[in-house]
Write a protein that binds this ligand. Structure first.
Ligand code: ADP
Ligand code: MG
Length: 694
């Protein structure tokens, strides 16, 4: 290589790297010199604090400073060599021992002062360090491996900690003078953030803990700011397009709302106002509607759909499961067809002939509202006048599919998008994950709802629970009994839905109408069971967690959950949300394993004590992290290196505002600041972005 390395220099051209180590570095995601500097330490060892020799504890790492008294070398029996140095610090003597490192004796002479870090051991009653890290006190170069906070990096096979530390140090030294700042100075000044060079030095080789913390602050802000800027850009790209302008409302929405058996809640009216304002704006809507289980999202979606339909356009509603699609088909047909609206549904189980008929009618514009599962995303679905796509239970789809939903449309102006989710997440996380969407919060439940009474009983008390369940059925109510698996597994001790269904239907509940529902039934069987349960032709549903999403049968007031230990908090919450959907009291019984781990029992107790989906989601996040909760792991979530949107909630809010303000002032990112930001986004930060969404 000619000339010093720059940010973009491929690592194989850096000194000491070469092709083999370059491959190893690539496994860590490091391709360029710049990537090396962004390979932040995982932690720092405190090797700046000196321990007196007298206070060394065998088996513990420590750092000692002292004067070299004697230096010796001898041959070992195997033909190698052994170097021994004795060090004194006024409190005692310490031996430093190396094998086959004769060159050391040219540097380590009696009378010199050294710092050294190692694992304290005792040998014939005297303390020693074997192969310690060392540095001369007052030497020409800053020490890297001792006498300071020492960075510890993630490694991969073929790379050593010392080598990587040197490489990062040398690269940093070479790149620092020409480093390009990423963040505009106004922002750095506003938040008291250090410059990039200082921050990179401070994160890798801090002189003090304060320096490291200042570096962290700056780099966390940078990560979150760049994500929000990218999201804001993406959103602007989406909404800058011409949208379908809807400005001649008819009277369908009014007639629907007047005919409802209930009054919309204030929250429903508020979010509808936000949605309708988007639809009238002439820009494509990209809105996320968050609302806890049972908050009444479906009717909000229907009003929005009728608003486009009454102006001669079509709407589509996507549900994550066949069962939910079928239920939405039934509910929305019941509510909308009396108003003259044509509703049709398509799922993976729709017979081919019917599917063709529906598709033809849809293509001719004869279907106003098309409901379905992701089968709707298939290319043969053409809705020539599609103006609104609604995605229900979006967290079940994942970010990538959300993008596809928007793409599955006819050419011309992009349709408006409304995505709905019942997994409430803290605002800071929502801003980060869904920063390309506008947010609406349905933060009120319909009046008269009581929290579901949740009882924890050990599994051997099942008989009692069955008696309570039978009493509910006797009173004309319906109930769910939920199992985590369909079939028993070999050697498994889990009770499974199929076998338990046989047992319950033939035994304790033989006087009642009982059915089995699980994911492996044929789609038409699932639809049939659900339809019968919904109209009250079934009393008891024995099911797997397939009933978790979206089902709405208000007459069901009791649920029994077997093996609740197997389920996460968010999932339990969704399940329990199937009951207590009306004004009547509802119960949920958790049949627990008396031998469950204390941690698991705590989780179940937390669930029983909390009705609020938000509190449960936060607890789930705390226990399992966002990927698990949101199901985003396989769909891609921003790959933060340092930031944590939950911990850094205040920074998230500042970044979201700063990004919006910056774009308002410099829409084209044409200023020198803007240009640097664009370069930062293009190089090295693309991993922060989730896949593009509609
Ligand atoms: P989710 O937000 O979980 O999708 P749903 O839309 O399924 O909730 O609504 C839950 C239940 O509440 C449904 O039975 C629905 O008819 C009813 N509901 C919705 N809005 C209201 C309201 N304003 N007043 C009373 N009941 C309502
Ligand atoms: Mg719903």
């Amino acid at each position: 290589m000619t000339g010093p390395p720059t940010w973009d220099t491929p690592v194989q051209f850096l000194r000491t790297v070469g092709p083999v180590r370059a491959l190893a570095l690539a496994r860590l995601g490091i391709a360029t010199a710049g990537d090396l500097l962004r390979h932040y330490p995982r932690r720092w060892f405190d090797r700046g604090t000196v321990t007196p020799i007298q206070r060394l504890i065998a088996g513990k790492e420590a750092t000692v400073e002292g004067e070299i008294l004697t230096v010796g070398e001898r041959r070992t029996r195997r033909g190698g060599s052994l170097q021994t140095i004795s060090l004194a610090d006024g409190t005692g003597h310490l031996f430093l021992v190396w094998f086959n490192q004769g060159y050391l004796l040219r540097q380590l002479r009696p009378g010199l002062r050294v710092m050294c870090s190692g694992l304290a051991q005792t040998h014939t009653g005297r303390p020693q360090f074997i192969h310690p890290d060392w540095a001369l006190v007052g030497g020409a170069e800053d020490p890297l491996h001792t006498g300071r906070l020492v960075p510890q990096y993630a490694l991969t096979q073929g790379l050593g900690q010392h080598w990587l530390r040197h490489l990062i140090h040398d690269t940093l030294t070479a790149l620092l003078p020409g480093l390009d700042e990423t963040l505009p100075e106004v922002l750095r000044r506003r938040h008291g953030l250090s410059g990039l060079g200082e921050a990179l030095r401070g994160i890798h080789f801090p002189a003090t803990p304060q320096e490291r913390d200042a570096a962290l602050g700056r780099l966390v802000y940078e990560e979150l700011f760049l994500v929000h800027l990218a999201m804001a850009l993406r959103r602007r790209g989406l909404t800058a397009r011409e949208g379908i302008r809807l400005e001649k409302p008819g009277d369908l929405t009014r007639r629907l709302v007047e005919g409802l058996p209930f009054r919309l809640t204030a929250a429903q009216r508020r979010v509808l106002a936000e949605i309708l304002a988007d639809l009238r704006s002439g820009r494509p809507m990209h809105r996320l509607l968050q609302g806890d289980v049972g908050s009444g999202k479906t009717v909000v979606a229907l009003v929005a759909a009728l608003f486009v339909i009454e102006q001669g356009w079509q709407a589509a509603l996507l549900a994550p499961t066949e069962i939910l699609a079928a239920q939405h088909g039934a509910t929305l047909t019941r509510l909308a067809s009396p108003l003259g609206v044509t509703v049709a549904s398509l799922t993976g189980g729709t017979p081919a002939a019917e599917r063709r008929a529906v598709l033809n009618a849809a293509t001719r514009g004869e279907i106003d509202l098309l409901i379905g599962t992701h089968a709707l995303l298939q290319a043969d679905v053409r809705l020539p006048r599609l103006a609104l796509t609604i995605v229900d239970e979006q967290h079940r789809f994942g970010v990538a599919q959300r993008g596809r939903a928007a793409a599955a449309t006819a050419g011309g102006a992009p349709p408006h998008m409304l995505v709905m989710s019942a997994t409430p997440i803290p605002r800071s996380l929502a801003l980060t994950l869904y920063g390309d969407l506008d947010l609406s919060w349905l933060d009120e439940l319909p009046p008269g709802r009581q929290p579901v009474a949740t009882h924890i009983l050990t599994a051997e008390r099942e008989d009692e629970v069955q008696a309570r369940l039978a009493a509910e059925l006797e009173a004309g109510r319906q109930a769910y009994v939920v199992f985590p698996v369909i079939e028993e597994t070999a050697g498994g001790d889990l009770r499974a839905a199929k076998a338990e269904y046989e047992r319950l239907a033939a035994g304790p509940f033989r006087a009642w109408r009982v059915a089995l529902l699980h994911g492996r039934l044929k789609p038409c069987e699932k639809a049939d069971v659900m339809a019968r349960f919904a109209d009250g032709r079934l009393d008891l549903l024995v099911a797997t967690t397939i009933v978790e999403v979206g089902l709405d049968v208000p007459n069901a007031t009791a649920m029994v959950i077997h093996h609740p230990e197997r389920l996460g908090l968010a999932q339990l919450h969704q399940l329990r949300g199937r009951v207590g959907r009306g004004a009547a009291r509802a119960d949920c019984w958790l049949l627990t394993d008396p031998w469950a781990a204390p941690e698991t029992r705590e989780r179940i107790a937390f669930f029983a004590a909390h009705a609020d989906g938000f509190a449960l989601a936060e607890e789930d996040l705390r226990r399992r992290g966002p990927g698990e909760l949101l199901g985003t792991r396989q769909h891609g979530e921003p790959g933060f290196r340092l930031a944590n949107p939950l911990r850094d909630a205040a920074v998230v809010r500042a970044c979201a505002d700063d990004a919006a303000a910056l774009l308002a002032a410099d829409p084209g990112l044409a200023s020198p600041d803007g240009e640097r930001l664009r370069r930062a986004l293009a190089g090295g930060f693309s991993h922060l972005l989730p896949p593009a969404a509609g």
